[in-house]
Design a protein around this ligand. Structure first.
Ligand code: FES
Length: 133
């Protein structure tokens, strides 16, 4: 999977791919997966944009993300280990691939997860929680 590239503006970006679809877009530095997807007209469900409603729940398949805040109000620790995230609270740290309900076909499958302290790791993804979560 390719890593950060330079946009026409000179900014560096990672790539967001929606599993099982042709949807691919750039994620600008510090931008969340949800904002990048919406800018590119990917129909990711959302209501609040701040991690309160849970409607942007998705599943990370590949890549590394940093969570902006604690999402345990909607995602249990077991679900986090399986790659479930809130797209509005994920800032990519590499190219990422995500299963998005209502966008990805139901045949899209996540990779197997391996538990480790502080970070959810699997063959294909890692989720880092923020320092204050
Ligand atoms: S849009 Fe509400 S939790 Fe993400």
């Amino acid at each position: 999977m390719a890593e950060q590239r330079t946009l026409a503006s000179g900014a560096r970006a990672f790539r967001l791919s929606i599993a099982g679809t042709e949807h691919v877009c750039d994620v600008r530095p510090g931008e969340t997966i949800l904002k990048a997807g919406l800018r590119d007209n990917i129909k990711i469900a959302h209501l609040c944009l701040v991690g309160d409603c849970g409607s942007c729940r998705s599943q990370l398949v590949a890549g590394r993300v940093q969570l902006k805040r604690d999402i345990s109000n909607h995602i249990s620790s077991d679900e986090l280990q399986a790659g479930f995230v809130l797209a509005c609270q994920c800032v990519p740290q590499s190219d990422v691939e995500l299963i998005v309900p209502g966008v990805s076909p139901i045949t899209a499958k996540p990779t197997r997860c391996i538990r480790s302290k502080g970070v959810s790791k699997a063959r294909g993804f890692s989720i880092t929680t923020s320092a204050n979560s």
